[in-house]
Design a protein around this ligand. Structure first.
Ligand code: PAN
Ligand code: ZN
Length: 183
């Protein structure tokens, strides 16, 4: 197994073949309830891929002190006027932080604190984003090509998807006359 990653090779996304790499795909059908426009969502092909994640997990989940790394490829598209985006989550160990960095394409990192204040940071190749603990995070692709970003998070962070599944983010990133706008 190949456990040594040359960044350029790593970022092609097809070379993450080590046994510690977990690959997952989210199709539109996995994102039921995520987008606002139910009518537009209902008419779309639920088999369509929205994003892929390859995660390099060198230690067991929940190990204190370790780090995980993942690369996400988010396709361009919209459901109604809302850009394709990741599900988004808080960390289960809520104070665990994370880095995201842009690799390819354009989009926004959407952040929400526990008081439901929402803000966004532009993502582009080379952009670096520090996500503090207790801040939910999701990414939207606002471009016409795939958006690729990488992430590094503590191995004992865990993922709390339920809070976002229940209450969502307080603002959504939508196309308003061609301009990505938080509404
Ligand atoms: C990332 C995300 C990845 C997919 O690795 O898990 O971009 O987004 P969702 O998990 O919200 O579907 C991360 O934030 N890890 O902690
Ligand atoms: Zn995370």
């Amino acid at each position: 197994t190949n456990k040594v990653f040359i960044p350029e090779v790593f970022f092609t996304n097809d070379c993450l073949t080590g046994e510690d790499v977990v690959k997952s795909t989210r199709v539109l059908g996995d994102l039921d309830g995520v987008f606002q426009d139910k009518e537009a969502y209902g008419k779309m092909n639920k088999e369509q891929a929205v994003y892929h994640v390859s995660s390099y997990l060198p230690v067991l989940e929940n190990t204190p002190g370790g780090l995980f790394m993942g690369i996400t490829t988010l396709y361009p598209g919209k459901v109604g006027q809302e850009y394709f985006m990741t599900k988004g989550h808080f960390h289960s160990n809520s104070d665990r932080a994370e880095f995201y960095w842009g690799v390819e394409g354009e989009g926004f990192l959407i952040l929400m604190d526990e008081r439901r204040n929402v803000w966004a940071e532009r993502m582009f190749p080379g952009s670096l984003h520090y996500i503090p603990g207790k801040v939910a995070h999701r990414v939207a692709n606002t471009g016409y090509q795939k958006l690729v970003f990488s992430a590094c998070w503590p191995s004992d962070a865990g993922h709390d998807y339920a809070t976002i599944a229940d209450a969502g983010f307080a603002r959504r990133l939508v196309d308003v006359n061609g301009v990505p706008t938080l509404v």
